[in-house]
Design a protein around this ligand. Structure first.
Ligand SMILES: Nc1nc2c(ncn2[C@@H]2O[C@H](COP(=O)(O)OP(=O)(O)OP(=O)(O)O)[C@@H](O)[C@H]2O)c(=O)[nH]1
Ligand SMILES: [Mg+2]
Length: 651
């Protein structure tokens, strides 16, 4: 199916033409019939010689109803521009041309009606010259009379040619149907109609209705009066909706596919060239002057119309705050009308614009508007992932999809997309943040991931994890950074801690299995954090929450215990190690878990690899008392031998 919208001055014969072509009555209202003029949108359709169906949206020509005209023309890709032979080019001809041009409609046909009343040639020449100044370029022209029927077969052929030359819209595109009519049908409830420009809507689809984003179900679907299972754009569709009362649906609302559109009341736009500002469709639009736009304009898109406050950003660029949110994509074409420009009875000034960003960052800092203008002036009319990421830095793929961009680079974590340059900068920033943290908190075991996330102002901790490539490392929920010497930042102990640890190490050299008690640690100023730092720095070995020993104490204990008759009891072990129950029990458990000792069902232990046979020599006597044995072992194990040798002497 194809959809074409009419345009042209009041009374030039638009509706008469639809009537003659389709046999349908576009002026549906009694008032329209009575006044002989179109007030609201009308519809009609025919089957072209090619077999394709063509639907018309007929619009009013009167300037008072220009908003209705806009609602009809908004989503339609092609125009049938009507000029009467007897009057020629008229004010609303120009107004409608400005609208069609601002909407970005680039395809069409010129029809000169009432050729039974006057020679159509001058009107054709005049209209062709005017229209050629817009992106529509030079249109084919057909002269007709709705009264005599002259020229109608040629018109049908020309319409068929036009339709076949129109680009085929993407049937997989996200659905957005701007509601242009609502009514209720007895027995089936709310029906809305609209032009589906692209994408496919199926019977029983769930869509959401803007701006409430309430879900609605398509109970029934009709296209050109026929029930259908599905319709693909371009199409006129009538949807029977479940889940919404007729009173809550109005023209200007849209039915959209969930998750595929951004409902926004703040957008950045680029003004398009005005009619007359360019002569060729291919010519780049000269920058418009947003300063010339009123502070408040009316924004039209599809059948919607909202008031928008204008903040100029720079040449041709502006930020618009909408009085009501609309479902938009970047690259959307909008029309801006300045209702104030009617003072001298001229037509409302209209300007086309393209939406560049549907979620622009706030302009908080001084110079932010100028910076935004510099950035946006380099953007194409249909921004892609690169542009959006360059501006937003980090985005969810779903956010980008809702902005209308489905092609994007690979995600860095979860569904997060990033701008490569921004990502590199974040890596640097992470290094700085970690270094600062290590300097401020030398005793901390790295920087908690959430703290790093907050410091970098990242929206998701998975991004921090994705950034944590070498030299960064994640361990125990914290981020660490390796220093060039391979040591970790924070491995150095502050001097006070180092001194306390030295005292403790001296104690432990004398009695390697006598863990310092809480009182001793308190006196040395070794609180939980400092103790943990010393353990991390490899200066102490944690056996349990309450027990710390010198590094290597586990191996040393193994050597002592290996000399005991196997298996041995905890009491025997305690005595051999020269320690108390408070240390012996956790130490034995530690050795069990390290595989140095093995606990038997009767709670005795053996050293794996030794047979569980009581040792022959010294089995009963335990001549080598724990302390002596331990000290010998220490003497053997301690490289400097000093304190250990002294201990041996003392025992
Ligand atoms: N003689 C003659 N009269 C025509 C022709 N086409 C339309 N008319 C008459 O012109 C008048 C206006 O026609 P409409 O079709 O209502 O014009 P319109 O462009 O739809 O007008 P609006 O919708 O109000 O903008 C009617 O009285 C028509 O009968 C034609 O080809 N020849
Ligand atoms: Mg009409």
């Amino acid at each position: 199916m194809h959809v074409v919208v009419t345009a042209g001055h009041v009374d030039h014969g638009k509706s008469a033409l639809i009537r003659a072509l389709t046999g349908m009555e576009p002026d549906r209202w009694a008032e329209e019939q009575r006044r002989g003029m179109t007030i609201d949108l009308g519809f009609g359709w025919l089957t072209l010689p090619s077999g394709d169906q063509l639907a018309f949206v007929d619009v009013p020509g009167h300037e008072r109803f220009v908003t209705n005209m806009l609602a009809g023309a908004g989503p339609v890709p092609a125009v049938m521009f009507v000029v009467a032979a007897d009057e020629g080019w008229m004010p609303q001809s120009a107004e409608h041309l400005a609208v069609v041009s601002a909407l970005g409609i680039q395809r069409g046909l010129l029809v000169v009606t009432k050729s039974d009343l006057a020679d159509p040639a001058p009107a054709i020449a005049q209209a062709t010259a005017q229209i050629a100044q817009t992106a529509l370029g030079e249109l084919s022209a057909v002269a007709v009379s709705a009264v005599t029927g002259a020229g109608l077969p040629e018109l049908v052929t020309a319409l068929d040619d036009l339709c076949r030359s129109l680009p085929e819209p993407d049937s997989g595109a996200p659905v957005r149907i701007w509601v242009d009519r609502t009514f209720s049908m007895t027995g089936s409830g709310t029906v809305v109609t609209g032009t589906l420009p692209a994408g496919t809507v199926h019977r029983s689809d769930e869509l959401v209705i803007t701006p409430s984003m309430r879900p609605v179900r398509v109970r029934d679907l009709q296209s050109l009066g026929e029930t259908a299972q599905a319709a693909s754009g371009v199409a006129r569709v009538a949807l029977n909706l479940r889940g919404i009362a007729r009173e809550s649906v109005h023209r200007g609302m849209a039915l959209v596919q969930a998750g595929r559109w951004t409902l926004t009341d703040l957008i950045d736009v680029r003004l398009a060239a005005q009619p007359g500002e360019h002569t060729q469709a291919s010519m780049p639009a000269p920058p418009s002057r947003p300063g010339e736009l009123a502070r408040a304009v009316t924004l039209h898109i599809g059948s919607a119309r909202v008031v928008a406050r204008v903040r100029p950003l720079g040449p041709g660029l502006a930020r618009l705050s909408l009085a009501e949110p609309l479902p938009l994509h970047v690259g959307d074409r909008i029309l801006l009308r300045d209702p104030g420009s009617r003072r001298d009875g001229s037509f409302p000034a209209v300007a086309g614009a393209v939406v560049l960003d549907v979620a622009p960052p706030p302009l908080a800092r001084r110079g932010a508007a100028a910076a935004a203008s510099r950035l946006l002036s380099g953007w194409p009319d249909e921004p892609g992932a690169d542009e959006l990421l360059a501006r937003h830095g980090i985005m969810r793929a779903s956010t980008m999809l809702a902005m209308g961009v489905s092609q994007h680079p690979e995600t860095v974590a979860g569904e997060w997309l990033t701008d490569p340059e921004h990502w590199r900068a974040l890596g640097h920033q992470l290094g700085e943040v970690l270094a600062k943290h290590a300097a401020a908190e030398p005793l901390a075991a790295g920087m908690p991931i959430d703290a790093a996330r907050a410091a970098l102002d990242l929206p998701d901790r998975r991004l921090v994890l994705a950034l944590a490539k070498p030299p960064f490392r994640v361990a125990c929920g914290a981020l660490h950074i390796a220093r060039p010497d391979g040591q970790e930042a924070g491995a150095d102990l502050p001097e006070a801690v180092q001194a306390a640890v030295r005292v403790l190490r001296a104690d432990l050299a004398a009695a390697p299995f006598l863990s310092p008690d809480a009182e001793r640690l308190r006196k040395l100023g070794l609180d939980t954090r400092r103790l943990a730092a010393a353990v991390r720095a490899g200066q102490l070995m944690r056996i349990s929450d309450q027990v710390v020993l010198a590094p290597g104490a586990d191996a040393l204990a193994g050597e002592v215990l290996a000399r005991l008759p196997q298996p041995f009891t905890a009491a025997q072990a305690r005595e051999a190690l020269g320690t108390t129950r408070r240390t012996a029990i956790p130490l034995l458990e530690y050795l069990d878990s390290a595989g140095i000792t093995k606990r038997l069902p009767d709670d005795r232990r053996v050293m794996p690899g030794t047979s569980a046979v009581p040792a022959q020599a010294g089995a009963g006597g335990t001549a080598a008392t724990g302390k002596a044995a331990a000290s010998e072992a220490v003497a053997g194990a301690t490289p400097d031998g000093g304190p250990a040798a002294r201990t041996a002497a003392l025992s």
